[in-house]
Structures are given as C-alpha cells and as structure tokens.
Ligand binder design. Sequence first.
Ligand code: HEC
Ligand code: HEC
Length: 185
Amino acid sequence: MSFRRFAPVAVLVLTVTATGVLLASGPEDPERRGVAPRTVNPTWRTECGACHVAYPPALLPARSWEKLMSGLADHFGEDASLDAATAREIAAYLVRESGDRGAGRAGRKAARAVAPGETPLRITGTRWFRHEHDEIAPGVWRRAAIGSAANCGACHEGAAEGDFSERRVAVPREDRTAAHAAGSQ
Ligand code: HEC
Ligand code: HEC
C-alpha cells in the first residue's frame, strides 16, 4: 500500500534521492509529523496564512475551530470574512485535522490539555502552549522581532511549512534592529 503510493515518485527521481524519499515518508509516522497536519488544504493555507502563519489545526480542539470559523467577521479585531463555501471547506478541514480528531501524538497532547468545558480561540492562551514555552521569559515575547507569541515564525523558521521541530527553533535576540541602527551611527 505505501509502496504503491510512493512508487511514482521513485520513478521520477534518481535512485539515491528516491531512497531518501521512501525512507523519510513513512505515511503515518506521528513523530516525524510533529504537529503538522496529515494533509494540507491549499485554500486553508492561502486564506488562513494571509495575515499570519496558517496555525497547525492540531493545536486546538475541533470545537475551537468551529467557534473561530463562525466569527470571522470579528477575528481578533480584524475582518477575516470569507464567502460561505470557502468558509465551509476550511472549517471542515480544520475539524478533520484538529487536535481531538485527526492529529498525531503531539497534537493529541495539545488537545487533551484543554479542559472539556473550555473552547479557547487562541493557541497561545492554552495550558499546552505555556508548558511548551515555559523556558521563555515573559519579556522575550515583546521583543521587537517577535511582537507577540502568536508570531510563531519569529522563532520557528519552518512555521510556514508546519515544521515546529526543536531543530528549527531560534529565538531572536533583544531588539536586533535597534541594536544594529545604534551600532551604525
Ligand atoms: C485579515 C487578517 C487575518 C486573516 C485573513 C486571518 N487571521 Fe487569524 N488572526 C489575525 C490577527 C490580527 C490575529 C491576532 C494576532 C496576535 O494576537 O498577534 C489572529 C489570530 C489568530 C489565531 C490565534 C493565535 C494565537 O494567539 O494562538 C488563530 C487560531 C487564527 N488567527 C486562525 C485563523 C484562521 C483559521 C484563519 C483562516 C480562516 C485566519 N486566522 C485568518 C488576522 C487574520
Ligand atoms: C519567542 C520564540 C517563540 C515563539 C514566538 C513561538 N515559539 Fe514555539 N517554541 C519556542 C521554543 C524556544 C521552544 C522549545 C524548543 C525546545 O524544546 O528546545 C518551542 C517549542 C514549540 C513546540 C514543541 C516542539 C517540539 O518538537 O517539542 C511547538 C509545537 C511550538 N513551539 C509551536 C509554536 C506555535 C504554534 C507558535 C505560535 C502560535 C509558537 N510556537 C511560537 C519558541 C517560540
């Protein structure tokens, strides 16, 4: 089954590369996947990645995504409205890949950390998020190059592709731009 799925890839690329692809692409390896979704819906990636990174669906439970998608006209102070068909497509995708439905081990952990009676709209407000980021001092989030905890890409260089692995984390230092500007005077 998995061979059939990847066979056309092997035909298209050189043997050495193909071997790498086959080894790296165990279809359902939750560890390799981290918090990245199993599938990427292009509409979601474009529409929900327009103002910030397209946040991993696994990091909130399905009920959070349903609530968020029903309030796009007032989305954290912005109007993020979509036409009904697009909103339906994205909502269905987010629910399918949510922490309590489609996620791998890492996402399930995030969803389980949300109390049953809670429906958070912010990943950054969850207990899971605070726990994963407990080594970051409060003042760090406000550094100029970061601005907000919701700006995942400031520290996770692979955020736009859904890669939040520890290997690709670099916290920007204190106000680099200001330091640079001061240094050049
Ligand atoms: C018009 C711009 C815009 C679009 C389009 C948009 N958002 Fe947002 N979103 C924001 C802003 C602004 C915030 C608040 C960011 C902050 O606090 O720094 C936000 C925050 C969020 C958060 C909470 C982040 C946190 O703190 O954990 C989630 C989740 C989210 N958006 C999901 C979505 C989804 C899903 C879509 C697509 C349907 C979407 N957004 C489209 C502007 C947008
Ligand atoms: C100020 C920098 C910073 C920002 C902004 C940030 N993170 Fe992180 N993140 C970290 C650090 C540091 C770690 C811990 C890495 C480690 O354990 O070595 C981490 C860990 C994680 C992990 C666990 C990775 C693993 O493999 O164990 C996930 C998932 C994650 N962050 C997601 C997010 C998401 C989603 C956002 C945005 C909503 C975000 N982070 C914003 C710095 C940041």
